[in-house]
Design a protein around this ligand. Structure first.
Ligand code: MTE
Length: 308
């Protein structure tokens, strides 16, 4: 017998507000073309179309225009209005290198990867370390599916993400004081947690370049800087990687970076957050409200700075 377990990010259809319903219809149209659209690659299996809709139970969706025009992407600029410059970033062809402690290192074209996973939509809250937040519908697949596909050996303890350095299209790379490329990483346990997600779409459309298109990481219980954009390499490692922001300022941006309203950033409070597109501030939640799914990952890690 098939027993459907309701997960923390699911919302029954009956609880969907009219606001969501409008957006949901628009997304449904986008999702119908999703087989063609995601990854911007022209072809994908029909059954690779998104299989499920996930709804955030607690907050209205951020309007698309705010999520796609207020971005952090230092490879382009330290300003938030980099979206215009990002439009020039080629999205196709795109390949992903998988290496390190895996049985068969390989380079895989994004369209071939998308044929091997089932796409779904998830509405997640996103909390930037700078204390702004949004709630957006990502399309993509669980990071666990990529880990499975990569077939890591038992020595693999971390999954490390390296992102694109394309100096021709990314003017921010000229800021040579930053330790390019942008590197992020998680433990294998975090990578295979049900929430960890690889996004290739946003609002039912291909992931815009300014949001990390064509492929990015989404870790909704961590500060946004962990969710690396424009991934080109995934390495399975025995040792903890030196991540981009940790290399810049370890006291402010640590490896774990789990959201916690009680632990202030050294220069500002993390107790509340501003919802993108408004001046409204709302209380920040432990693990960004996803404690039920992820708190168990950190049991016993008392010596670690889990929230910095
Ligand atoms: N990925 C890369 N490659 N470069 C970046 O500068 N910024 C991070 C993260 N991923 C960043 C990145 C930060 S600080 C945040 S908050 C999110 O992307 C922002 O994602 P968004 O612009 O889609 O909201």
């Amino acid at each position: 017998m098939l027993i459907r377990q309701r997960r923390g990010w699911d919302l029954p259809e009956s609880a969907v507000t009219p606001e969501h319903a409008t957006l949901g219809r628009r997304r449904a149209v986008g999702l119908a073309i999703g087989g063609l659209a995601f990854g911007g690659v022209g072809r994908a299996r029909a059954d690779a179309a998104p299989t499920a809709r996930r709804y955030d139970p607690d907050r209205p969706l951020t309007e698309e225009k705010f999520a796609t025009t207020y971005n952090n992407y230092y490879e382009f600029s330290t300003d938030k209005d980099l979206w215009r410059a990002a439009q020039r970033l080629p999205q196709h062809p795109w390949t992903l290198r998988i290496e390190g402690k895996v049985r068969a290192p390989r380079t895989i074209a994004l369209e071939d990867l998308l044929k091997q996973v089932a796409l779904e939509e998830r509405i997640y809250r996103h909390r930037c370390v700078e204390a702004w937040a949004m709630t957006v519908p990502w399309t993509g697949f669980p990071l666990a599916a990529l880990v499975k596909l990569a077939d890591p050996t038992p020595e693999a303890r971390y999954v490390v993400f390296e992102t694109l350095t394309d100096a021709k299209h990314m003017p921010g790379l000229a800021m040579l004081w930053y330790p390019w490329p942008y590197i992020e990483g998680v433990t294998i346990a975090e990578a295979t947690n049900e929430l960890a997600f690889i996004a290739t779409g946003l609002y039912g459309k291909p992931l815009p370049p300014q949001n990390g298109g064509p492929i990015r990481l989404v870790l909704p219980w961590k500060y946004g800087f962990k969710s690396a954009k424009a991934i080109v390499k995934v390495t399975f490692a025995e040792t903890r990687p030196a991540t981009f922001w940790e290399a810049i300022q370890p006291a402010e941006y640590g490896f774990w970076a789990n959201v916690n309203p009680m632990i202030p950033h050294p220069r500002w409070s993390q107790a509340s957050e501003r919802l993108l597109g408004s001046d409204e501030r709302v209380p920040t939640r432990l693990y960004n409200g996803y404690a039920e799914q992820v708190a168990g990952l950190y049991a016993g890690k008392t010596a670690e700075k889990l929230f910095m």
